[in-house]
Design a protein around this ligand. Structure first.
Ligand SMILES: [Zn+2]
Length: 159
């Protein structure tokens, strides 16, 4: 498996795994590699993951990655998805899900990890909450067996 740091034509940075570089080329050519933020299929390799040197260079310069969108270095990963055209309609459903969730769940802000743990360990009654968690928090919560889901981010909210 090879991890590629990718960026769409609008400059959203994301990462995706491919069985090998040929698989990436094939999928990218067929427009199957799409930006999880805006669904753009014009994606290019941004920077290679550090371990994977020696891959042939492309003729075109890589797209600069916006600092605010760049995934944090080392262990951090961002939620990514590859969407086929048929899945595009799911985007609308994701939006509905997000709206439903944010209207029916308690917003706990940066206290999310704390509140999630309290619930997980039975200190408070189960309910739906949402808030902010760093990738590190998310990983720690996951390691403790606490299931959480990234809220889908929609392009109209990002731009
Ligand atoms: Zn994009």
């Amino acid at each position: 498996m090879i991890r590629y740091a990718l960026a769409c034509a609008k400059g959203h940075a994301f990462e995706s795994w491919f069985p090998n570089s040929a698989a990436y080329d094939k999928q990218a050519k067929r427009g199957l590699v799409t930006c999880p933020v805006c669904g753009d299929s014009k994606v290019e390799k941004a920077i290679m993951a550090p371990k994977l040197s020696g891959t042939r260079k492309r003729g075109k310069a890589s797209t600069p990655v916006a600092a605010s969108d760049a995934p944090a270095p080392n262990t951090a990963t961002a939620p990514v998805a590859m969407m086929s055209p048929q899945e595009s309609e799911l985007r609308q459903k994701l939006k509905e899900l997000r709206e439903h969730l944010t209207q029916n769940a308690d917003y706990v802000g940066t206290k999310f990890p704390e509140e999630a743990r309290k619930m997980h360990y039975g200190e408070t009654d189960p309910r739906s909450i949402y808030g902010e968690a760093s990738l590190k928090d998310a990983k720690e919560l996951h390691d403790e067996g606490i299931e959480l889901h990234p809220l889908p981010t929609l392009p109209d909210e990002r731009n």
